[in-house]
Design a protein around this ligand. Sequence first.
Ligand code: ATP
Length: 510
Amino acid sequence: MANHEDLFKKIIAHAKEYGFIFQSSEIYDGLSAVYDYGQYGSELKANIMDYWWKAMVQYHENIVGIDSAIFMHPRVWKASGHLEAFNDPLIDNKDSKKRYRADQLVEDHMAKIEQKVDKEVKKAKKRFGDEFDEEQFVTTHPRVLKYKEQIETINNRLVKDLENEDFDDLKKLIEELEIACPVSGSKNWTEVRQFNLMFSTQMGSVNEGANQIYLRPETAQGIFVNYLNVQKTGRMKIPFGIAQIGKAFRNEIVARQFIFRMREFEQMEMQYFVKPGTEMEWFEFWKNERVKWHKSLGIPDDKFRLHEHDKLAHYANAAYDIEFNFPMGFKELEGIHSRTNFDLSAHQNESGRKIQYYDNDTQDSYVPYVVETSIGLDRMFLAIITQAYTEEKLEDGSERVVMKIPPILAPIKAAVLPLVKKDGLPEKAREIMDNLKYDYMCHYEEKDTIGRRYRRMDAIGTPYSITVDHQTLEDNTVTIRERDSMKQDRIDIEKIPEILRDRLKPVKVD
Ligand code: ATP
């Protein structure tokens, strides 16, 4: 396969051509970093949501779900620290007029040095063949050690600058590393400034004394402010969790890389309320649980990496990212955060309401600690289509693009295809379609040659194509073609629901 950039372009083009993702307001030349999900994209997205919701809410008896509003009282954002601290350091290149996140310029620079390490390893592997001991090589080879030291020095300084909000030094660091603008190639930079990522708007007309309100930048606060409501009405006992799927909005400075970084996106979050002092145990538990969830979809282990945060968000005392190998490299897909009692305490102070849990057994009251799992639905979507996109050369010399989407997430589960549009075959196929469509998302198609119809189903990731031919009318059998192997079996019509049910069951990973 071609290089990564090429692969990314192909995935984006494929997503558009087959109705997965369109640019928002495309007929007006689009709106930057905002996307719409098309007919197959919205199905895939809904299936990812469902898979997550079931794993988190349905399979855990002590986790419940809510659906809170996007608009919240402005004091929520004061209490949560977002008004004060939800900022990114930005820097502009004076020649290209392009805006970047200063910390990301430095991170990209470190990634380039990391690539040099990888190159050395590859070279050595080739030279030494079977004898090669990678562990020994990366811990002793002078050039590799030098690169690693460079990365560490840069990273330490970056973390310190961000923690101390020392933006003068961050600019100095960019200059010392001689980082150039990827567009203009120049090193002519502005100062580094803080930029708040929240979108704001007015509620009520101006005459009525309008209130400035914000579009929520995370779904978590909707859960925190409902903690008491849910705990009381659901008679929840600690430890317990509240889950939510919903839109979040961030005025990202560098909004590029397709649906990886959007200005309007969706989060799937779960806040788990625990007794203070037990949070690290639960942090470990949820880290493992979430990794298992990803693996249950059959994605290979080497596509994931766990990354521990050096710089913690203002609310956290421990944080891990589950990173996925996207076309542009390993990047954050999901965050597991130990948020302490920061948010509930802050809301307690700001609202003047007592937000505490009374433990009947020990008879003490406390503000619960929180461990959260937070995954971007759109990023999960991107991970799935990245992993699924496959170009194959077939034995007869032809080529196909097949989306090897995990069957449980596939937009369409089965296609029902009469071989020809006559001789009573469409009527028979319709019968099968009508039988299946109440249980599964199915697609009926009679146009085009059967080969073309199979290719189209491959391109949208349909795991099964059921073909009705003349023999069907004689013995009530059909051929069922499996997407990945392209194997075709002749089966009894009655067997179809059973086959689909078996293949579309969620897989449990322990
Ligand atoms: P990043 O460092 O990439 O900006 P973050 O650390 O700010 O992400 P969190 O605040 O932890 O992200 O949000 C939780 C999850 O929400 C992320 O793991 C990611 O999957 C998703 N997410 C965050 N920002 C965006 C965005 N702009 N577009 C799409 N998904 C996003």
